[in-house]
Design a protein around this ligand. Structure first.
Ligand code: ADP
Length: 507
């Protein structure tokens, strides 16, 4: 009969208090199993058993659930775990929590990000421990916390990771440690959410380590607050191939700042989301705006804030906006906005509070008509909370796209200025290759630099630097040739194909 396991638990742990008095007597009088087993079939007992709160009973249910959920392959449980993990979460697996924790602790000193939450999955079949760290919105790192070498196969290529190394993992990757193998899956075959409390143990570092986190926060707040990125005097003329985005920034922010009288009766927007792939010039354009408007500005990075403001976020956001109010006109540029403004309603109540706080602060700016413009950049527009995107908050969305052929040429010109490029260099073919490889502005700039260094190698400059025989004449005569660009582009194309490289805490 289906209720047999419940009967067994009942009999073993003697939960007589949930039965009517009469049966209790019967319980004490001898043939326990038979009598009680029969009574359990009654509705009232069955229902009550389901809410039995005795610690012993609970422990046993948990133990048997754990035995049951352990039947679900580790790859499935991990796939489910990845679906709820947020940036800053650490997941460890192994035969025993203490052993896994100890192994993890030995690596911890090298981990730069703050761990916000940690989870443990007990697993007997995989030899050794596994540790996964959710580094950003889409990046999960595996850390080899084991003493021996671990292998990871990705895109048909196998890499090894020595003890304490780390590597990004993506669905389809295969991990191997000694004789154990594991495939990383994107989604579990079935919905495991109701099994989570049984197969994963959660530790909340936010609560447990407040003091440590506060100390860490104080130390790094200063670093975040520097306008590191906003230094070079970039102007709008330097932002090439993004004419539409530049036009929107000028019309919505620059002109109202230059001539407030013209906009006295216009309802201005104060929140902007700059969307588009990495390296397309979102930060660059924001810098140009700051310089053109000549206003106070601050650059902050959402990803850094997320891991460094743990537990103090709301207050810090208020301080940040107060600073903007005190120094109007002001531009606040928030890079990697998706790290702080993800859709609410998941398991991350802490993150939800931050989104609410940002919404309140933005509403205040809109209503008070402050001279403050908040520009938020993201490569993951879809991940943002819908309320954040609404007008009145961050209602203006400015798209940055990968440049077309003409834009690629214009960006090339911006960054090739003052570089010793040969006169008979085949610009058309190089621009065409860059465009075919879907190069972003950042890629184009990097390729010019790489070509420069390739040229140094070809012309023997590196060698002369090596043996200290370099002269000014060598440098004056040096020119970057078409072949140097082609060599740089070949290397770039190869690195794009192999997608990822091993990375480690210590690399
Ligand atoms: P994003 O913020 O979109 O990720 P960045 O603005 O940080 O990209 O771009 C990195 C660098 O690439 C810039 O500092 C700039 O040198 C170059 N770059 C990117 N886009 C452009 C562009 N449209 N015009 C000129 N340079 C660009």
């Amino acid at each position: 009969m289906r209720i047999t396991p419940l009967q067994a638990s009942y009999n073993q742990y003697g939960r007589t208090n949930i039965l009517p008095k009469k049966q209790e007597k019967e319980t004490n009088s001898g043939e326990k199993t038979k009598e009680i087993g029969t009574n359990l079939l009654a509705d009232y007992s069955y229902n009550r058993l389901m809410v039995n709160t005795s610690p012993n009973f609970k422990n046993n249910i948990e133990k048997s659930m754990l035995t049951l959920v352990k039947q679900i392959p580790l790859s499935e449980r991990l796939a489910d775990a990845f679906s709820f993990m947020k940036q800053g979460d650490l997941l460890i697996t192994g035969k025993d929590l203490k052993i896994s924790q100890k192994a993890m602790l030995e690596c911890l000193g090298r981990l730069k990000n703050v761990i916000k939450r940690a989870f443990f999955i007990e697993e007997d079949n995989f030899q050794g421990n596994l540790a996964f760290f959710k580094k950003s919105y889409e990046e999960v790192e595996i850390i080899n916390t084991n003493p021996d070498r671990m292998f990871i196969t990705t895109d048909g290529q196998t890499y090894f990771m020595d003890s304490h190394d780390s590597f990004y993992v993506i669905p389809g990757d295969k991990l191997k440690y000694n004789d154990s193998e594991l495939e990383i899956k994107k989604e579990p075959k079935m919905n495991l959410s109701i099994h989570r409390p049984f197969y994963v143990k959660a530790f909340n570092f936010e609560q447990d380590s407040q003091a440590v986190i506060e100390r860490q926060n104080k130390k790094i707040l200063k670093e975040i607050y520097t306008d590191k990125k906003a230094v070079p005097k970039v102007m709008f003329k330097d932002v090439a191939g993004q004419d539409e985005a530049v036009r929107m920034l000028k019309e919505s922010i620059l002109y109202p700042l230059r001539k407030p009288k013209a906009y006295e009766n216009v309802d201005l927007s104060h929140g902007f989301i700059l969307t588009g792939p990495p390296g397309t010039g979102k930060t660059y354009a924001a810098n140009a705006l700051k310089n053109e408007a000549n206003i106070n500005a601050k650059y902050i990075n959402g990803l850094e804030l997320e891991s460094k403001w743990v537990g103090e976020s709301e207050g810090n956001w208020r301080k940040l906006f107060q600073e903007a109010i005190d120094n109007q006109p002001y531009m606040l540029f928030i890079d990697e906005f998706d790290a702080v403004a993800r859709a609410r309603g998941g398991t991350d109540q802490y993150g939800d509070k931050v989104v609410n706080q940002i919404l309140t602060l933005m509403t205040d700016i809109e209503e008070s008509k402050y001279d403050i413009f908040v520009l938020a950049a993201t490569n993951h527009f879809d991940a943002l909370d819908p309320a954040i995107k609404r007008s009145g908050r961050f209602g203006v969305h400015i798209p940055f796209k990968l440049p077309d052929l003409e834009g690629t040429g214009k960006i090339f010109d911006v960054h090739a200025k003052n570089k010793p490029i040969s006169d008979d260099f085949d610009k058309d073919s190089i621009i065409k290759r860059m465009h075919e490889l879907k190069c972003s502005g950042a890629d184009i700039k990097r390729l010019i630099n790489d070509a420069y260094l390739q040229g140094y190698k070809r012309a023997g400059i590196i060698e002369k630097l090596d043996n200290n025989t370099i002269t000014d004449a060598d440098l004056d005569e040096f020119q970057i040739l078409t072949e140097d660009f082609n060599a740089a582009i070949d290397a770039f194309a190869n690195s794009k194909c192999s997608k990822r490289k091993p990375i480690g805490f210590n690399k």
